[in-house]
Design a binder for this molecule. Sequence first.
Ligand code: NI
Length: 175
Amino acid sequence: MAIREIIRLDNPVLRKKAHRVTSFDKKFQQLVDDMVETMLDAPGVGLAAPQVAVSQRLIVVRLPDDEDSRQEYGDEAGKLYVVANPEIIKASKEMVEGVEGCLSIPGYVGTVDRHEKVTVTGLDRHGKPLRVKATGWLARVFQHEIDHLDGRLYIDIAKEVWQPKAEDEAEESQP
Ligand code: NI
């Protein structure tokens, strides 16, 4: 495993529509492992392959598993999701406003409306179909990461973007 460089806003790969994953070979497994390691190291709650300059439709998501998170998110805390070719097949009409950041845009956060609930389908790291029902923060992270696969960033849809004063405030919850 290795930590890969997270690319920034100035890198055009972030703006490309990523290609579907078609091979679940050794190289792909390495990419998955590296993305998980890179996300945990950052630390972040989600990462999309374009953020490590690989234009493939692959995301990894993991909410923190500290005491507070366990109380708030239950079984979802600390659970690792690896999804290739993710699709949102169902989304609640209800939208919720929340603050999010992005590892590719350090030092900034913004207010974004997201669906309160989404159902995501896709393939696991071995190519087997999977389905995830996500609500709240987890649903927000999935929507943020899937947007990355189409070259869309939260700053494109944010109602407001700003630089939090304290560094650690910005670091806590960045997908
Ligand atoms: Ni992001």
